[in-house]
Design a binder for this molecule. Structure first.
Ligand code: HEC
Ligand code: HEC
Ligand code: HEC
Ligand code: HEC
Ligand code: HEC
Ligand code: HEC
Ligand code: HEC
Ligand code: HEC
Ligand code: HEC
Ligand code: HEC
Length: 289
């Protein structure tokens, strides 16, 4: 770049990547395999990116004077000296807006998480996203243990099986919909994958229109099909007064010698009302077809 030997230190206090590497060879070696290294080194269009290590850690001159001074450089680790806002601001220089439009004031921001609670840009530890653990879910589980348990229940979203991840439904960077949901409404979220439940149907089942979570849990459940409670109790919570299947189940209501209709127990209601999410059949008023 320059014909003359590079100055020991640029006037604004930046040292340059090569200088950092004299003492942090291992870190530089690991960092070299990341997206940032590739982009920063090839793309000198951005003046900040051209600063390499110091794009994130800030100018290193003071750090050189006293490496033990925690305030001399922006450090991101837990024993850090820099305030979490300062740390995140370093990343937001290049990453504000888009996915992070609602970072400020989000539950993670106000819980004083920093970018480095989920990201570790110093090495390629995850397939994508420069995460602190091998995957998004593993990263989230470091703090959200209860959800790990939920995804192990008998009926569950196939997350541990690798078919989807927390990030398919939540935006960890912030959202206008609680709790950090990726859509304006739960149903909109669910029907991005379960499109056949979206409707509109000729015969609508009111609670389905209202919210999938009237009947389902989003992560996992001990009841089949992620249901909040087992059938027939699920249905009876709202349909307490239906005359049946009581009359199908109670011997005294049945002809002498007849046994209660097996179809009426357990999954019961769904045996007859099988199109519970809605029906397009001309005679589907009771969701039986
Ligand atoms: C002359 C050697 C030397 C150079 C050059 C150097 N460092 Fe350091 N750095 C150290 C030492 C020693 C430590 C450990 C200090 C400690 O553990 O208290 C350290 C620690 C750090 C830390 C961790 C601070 C913390 O509190 O966790 C970061 C981040 C860091 N250096 C970044 C850089 C960057 C970026 C550069 C280039 C601008 C750089 N260093 C240049 C010697 C150096
Ligand atoms: C994209 C931003 C970014 C860049 C570029 C970057 N770092 Fe880091 N660095 C971080 C973050 C974030 C951490 C905290 C990682 C963690 O959570 O352990 C960190 C941690 C460190 C540490 C503390 C020890 C450790 O690994 O925890 C050192 C030393 C360090 N970086 C040096 C460097 C050097 C040298 C370079 C350039 C070769 C560099 N960094 C480039 C963001 C960056
Ligand atoms: C100088 C600008 C700059 C800074 C500072 C910076 N980044 Fe980046 N980052 C980029 C660029 C450029 C990319 C390449 C992808 C792109 O174009 O968005 C990138 C990509 C990423 C990616 C996506 C990686 C992938 O696998 O697709 C993550 C995650 C990320 N950065 C996190 C961080 C974090 C966390 C910090 C702060 C510790 C940080 N960045 C600081 C410019 C920056
Ligand atoms: C609670 C965890 C968490 C926090 C905190 C977090 N992220 Fe992320 N971030 C993720 C996950 C998960 C992904 C998706 C990674 C993947 O699978 O590709 C991601 C993706 C990204 C990406 C790449 C894709 C995109 O959205 O453009 C960038 C850049 C990024 N994060 C920057 C940041 C910055 C900057 C901060 C701090 C202001 C931050 N993140 C804080 C979890 C987090
Ligand atoms: C460093 C710890 C930490 C990590 C890692 C983390 N979270 Fe959180 N998360 C919190 C804290 C603290 C809160 C706020 C308190 C609470 O509700 O538990 C929170 C809140 C949430 C909420 C909102 C809860 C509500 O009731 O509004 C969601 C959703 C969430 N996190 C999802 C994620 C996802 C997805 C990831 C991974 C991408 C993740 N979190 C990673 C600490 C973490
Ligand atoms: C299929 C979509 C989906 C996936 C995948 C998903 N969530 Fe959720 N999550 C939701 C919905 C919807 C809610 C809202 C529940 C409510 O309002 O009762 C929620 C609620 C939460 C909450 C708030 C507390 C609670 O349980 O109600 C946390 C924390 C959370 N999720 C974390 C995670 C983490 C961590 C992962 C990944 C391990 C994850 N979620 C994966 C859809 C999902
Ligand atoms: C990112 C895509 C995606 C989103 C969003 C999503 N799901 Fe799923 N869901 C799946 C996949 C994949 C399966 C497993 C299907 C299979 O194995 O055939 C599944 C299975 C289910 C099952 C059947 C579980 C069982 O034990 O049989 C129910 C019920 C369900 N989802 C409800 C919901 C609800 C409610 C929402 C919204 C909170 C939602 N889904 C959001 C992808 C998604
Ligand atoms: C009134 C209660 C109720 C509501 C509300 C509800 N479901 Fe269901 N859902 C069920 C029942 C009951 C089953 C089990 C059906 C069976 O066993 O035949 C089920 C099964 C499922 C299944 C797995 C089997 C299949 O049919 O693919 C998915 C996926 C599903 N529901 C998605 C959704 C989505 C998405 C919404 C919101 C648009 C929603 N559900 C709203 C009661 C409901
Ligand atoms: C959260 C409350 C709720 C739950 C749970 C629920 N429903 Fe409904 N259901 C309604 C409402 C509200 C209507 C429409 C009001 C009406 O016409 O009586 C309705 C309508 C119906 C109808 C049509 C009634 C008619 O007169 O046209 C049938 C059949 C039905 N539900 C069966 C079921 C079955 C079977 C289940 C369990 C899988 C179930 N429902 C769960 C609230 C619920
Ligand atoms: C053996 C088949 C069968 C079973 C099992 C069954 N239903 Fe029905 N259901 C019907 C038929 C047929 C009708 C229409 C009756 C009519 O038009 O008079 C009906 C009508 C209804 C209606 C609307 C009319 C009313 O009585 O209010 C509701 C609500 C309903 N069923 C809910 C349920 C619930 C909840 C269960 C489970 C506890 C259930 N059904 C089990 C066959 C069944």
């Amino acid at each position: 770049m320059l014909a003359a030997p590079a100055p020991a230190q640029e006037p604004d206090g930046y040292l340059g990547e090569a200088r950092c590497a004299t003492c942090h060879g291992t870190e530089q070696e690991n960092w070299a395999h990341t997206v940032h290294a590739r982009v920063f080194r090839s793309n000198s269009r951005s003046e900040l990116a051209a600063k390499g290590c110091e794009a994130c850690h800030g100018p290193g001159a003071k750090h050189l004077e006293d490496a033990t001074d925690r305030n001399a450089i922006v450090a991101f680790t837990r024993r850090r000296g820099a305030a979490v806002e300062t740390q995140s601001a370093q990343c937001l220089q290049c990453h504000k807006g888009r996915e992070r439009l609602f970072w400020q004031g989000s539950v993670h921001d106000t819980s004083r998480l920093g970018c480095s609670d989920c990201h570790n840009p110093m090495a390629k530890l995850s397939g994508s996203g420069l995460l602190a653990k091998s995957s998004a879910s593993e990263t989230c589980f470091t703090c959200h243990q209860q959800q790990r348990t939920e995804f192990r229940k008998r009926s569950r979203m196939p997350l541990l099986e690798g078919k989807l991840s927390c990030g398919d439904c939540h935006n960890p960077h912030g959202s206008v919909t609680r709790p950090l949901l990726k859509a304006d409404h739960v149903n909109q979220l669910c029907t991005t994958c379960h499109a056949e439940k979206r409707g509109p149907f000729v015969w609508e089942h009111a609670p389905v229109r209202k919210n999938c979570l009237e009947c389902h849990l989003p992560h996992g459940s001990s009841h089949e099909s992620l249901l909040v409670v087992a059938r027939p109790f699920l249905c009876q919570q709202c349909h307490a007064n239906v005359s049946h299947p009581a009359n199908l189940l109670t011997r005294s209501n049945l002809p002498r010698g007849a046994v209660p209709d097996e179809r009426a127990v357990n999954r019961g209601c769904s045996n007859c009302h099988s199109q519970i999410h809605g029906s397009n059949h001309p005679a589907g008023a009771r969701f039986q077809r």
